[in-house]
Ligand binder design. Structure first.
Ligand code: CO
Length: 277
């Protein structure tokens, strides 16, 4: 097997979104505009209600998928088609915005820890106008494996060590893993050779991949290969490992709309304005 190494390291930027939620923008910022098919990665985490209480009131999406993975906290989701759901710590939501919807994502707590990720995954031209779809995943639906001593893996999407995750039928065939490594633990994870892949570390002092050490809060873009070897140092480490098929299509992007051409963006704005989402 061919080991992937880290070809680029990126640190997130402090940012604010929604009605004033403090977060760290890792993908979708000047240092890493996008990583085909990934359009955005936000990490949020605070124990102070003031940092998140304003939430994400009604806003539209079209042309891609939003993935929310909650580590802690409670977030209520509602859209203009009558769908709603509660995301809780350890759970996930894979939302295919497709041709469009207007939704809100609001904290269902005033204080205490709120922590997790939102990832945006692009849709190919042929699927951008598909019907919106939700996969709401409760924490207990996510398999938790121990494939090597000191390694704990939660499989959210894709398949790892023979175990499929609960998220199904996504066009870009994604893999989304939450991996915790005890100090000194090592883990080899097979990855589809054609997939774009990255690691983002969010607990501990970092993780070693071949001859690079990713610090806590760093994203490592992985180069070519069909597996990655992760090694924790003297501290426990925790990271997400995410991979998906790149689209290699033109990207026209305007806020919450991601299409292939500027004309399609104009159409999305008109459809939103006229209440057609
Ligand atoms: Co949204």
């Amino acid at each position: 097997m061919n080991t992937r190494s880290v070809i680029r390291r990126v640190r997130g930027l402090p940012a604010s979104d929604g009605a004033g939620v403090k977060l760290t923008r890792v993908i979708g910022q000047p240092a890493l505009d996008m990583l085909d098919p990934f359009l955005l990665l936000d990490a949020f985490g605070s124990e102070h209600g003031a940092d998140y209480i304003a939430g994400f009131p009604d806003h539209p999406h079209r042309g891609f998928e939003t993935v929310t993975y909650m580590l802690a906290g409670r977030m209520r989701h509602r859209d203009n088609h009558g769908n709603s759901g509660l995301l809780t710590g350890g759970g996930a939501q894979w939302m295919t915005a497709g041709r469009g919807l207007v939704h809100s994502e609001m904290p269902e707590q005033n204080e205490g820890e709120m922590r997790g990720f939102q990832l945006w995954v692009n849709l190919p031209a042929a699927h951008k106008m598909m019907a919106p779809r939700y996969q709401d995943i409760a924490p207990e639906q996510i398999p938790e494996l121990e494939p090597a001593p000191g390694a704990r893996v939660r499989v959210i999407a894709g398949e790892a060590f023979g175990t499929p995750g609960p998220v199904r039928d996504i066009v870009t065939a994604p893999l989304f893993l939450d991996i915790a490594l005890a100090a000194g633990a090592q883990l080899q994870v097979p990855l589809p050779a054609q997939h774009t892949a990255f690691v983002y570390t969010f607990e501990g002092a970092g993780v070693r991949i071949v001859d690079s050490t990713l610090d806590n809060g760093e994203l490592g873009v992985l180069g070519a290969g069909d597996m990655v070897e992760l090694a924790a140092g003297a501290d426990d480490a925790r990271l997400i490992l995410v991979a998906a098929q790149p689209l290699r299509e033109p990207v026209a992007r305007w806020g919450p709309f991601v299409m292939n051409t500027p004309q399609e963006i104009q159409q999305a704005l008109a459809d939103y304005r006229d209440g057609r989402l």
